[in-house]
Design a protein around this ligand. Structure first.
Ligand code: 6GU
Length: 236
């Protein structure tokens, strides 16, 4: 997969991309992440990329020119046109289901905005879909783009050392994970549940399933309701 990121702050991406799974996935050519600085495509001597909104109002708006020029520079760099995604709080919320869909694409083109927003013609003219990472306001789309990249890249074949890894995650079937324990058996008077030490793999699997249901019901009742409805649907 190729992921292009159009941003005013490409340096913000260096740290998260240089550790752990994202680092290894790039080294192994599972993903190629190409950062482009929108400001490199500004045309005036001040390298201006934002301007006052028509009709008045507070703040500054990202100008369409530099974003279009940046986009048209990178688009022909790969044979695939790519799915164009604008990171904005107006977008649909990123879910595991969407991450799975994105992970099946050969190319994503992410556009991270700053300032009060994008000129509307960026969305319409580039045929972009909009994605948010939740109902709160960030100072820009960069952190959201990094969240999306992390969620997507770890799903690519070979990205996790252990191939079963992603299938076990919370949300892959709509339930939270079961509790995990490691050594020591007793820690500050807190003991590992006996069943995990029993060696009875059937009982352990059943216990873990119960725990997943119980925890989801208690902590994320809305996910639990959805899961139960889905199960009822499957039984029909
Ligand atoms: Cl994608 N951008 C901004 N600025 N704030 C957000 C967001 C994105 N997702 C949640 N909050």
């Amino acid at each position: 997969m190729r992921i292009d990121v159009l941003t005013l702050f490409p340096d913000m991406f260096q740290m998260p991309l240089s550790y752990s799974i994202l680092k290894r996935a790039q080294e192994q050519n599972i993903v190629e992440i190409v950062l482009s600085n929108i400001r490199d495509f500004a045309t005036d001597s001040y390298r201006k990329v934002d301007d006052k909104p028509y009709g008045g109002g507070p703040g500054m708006v990202m100008m369409p020119g530099p974003v279009f020029d940046c986009f048209e520079h990178i688009r022909p760099q790969a044979s695939e046109p790519g799915r164009v995604i604008l990171l904005t709080p107006q977008g649909q919320t990123l879910t595991q289901e969407k991450a799975v869909q994105f992970s099946a694409e050969p190319r994503l083109i992410l556009i991270a905005g700053r300032y009060e927003g994008f000129d509307e013609r960026i969305r319409t003219g580039l045929g972009a879909e909009q994605i948010s990472i939740g109902d709160y306001v960030l100072s820009g789309g960069e952190l959201a783009a990094m969240v999306l990249i992390d969620a997507v890249v770890r799903l690519l074949p070979g990205a996790l050392g252990d191939e079963t890894g992603a299938a076990d995650d919370s949300f892959c079937d709509g339930l939270l994970e079961y509790p995990q324990y490691t050594r020591p058996e007793m820690f500050r008077n807190m003991k590992v549940p006996d069943i995990l030490l029993s060696g009875d793999h059937g009982k352990i699997a059943a216990w873990r399933n119960e725990q997943r249901l119980e925890r989801t019901k208690q902590w994320r009742p809305e996910l639990y309701e959805k899961y139960v409805k889905g199960q009822a649907q499957n039984d029909k």
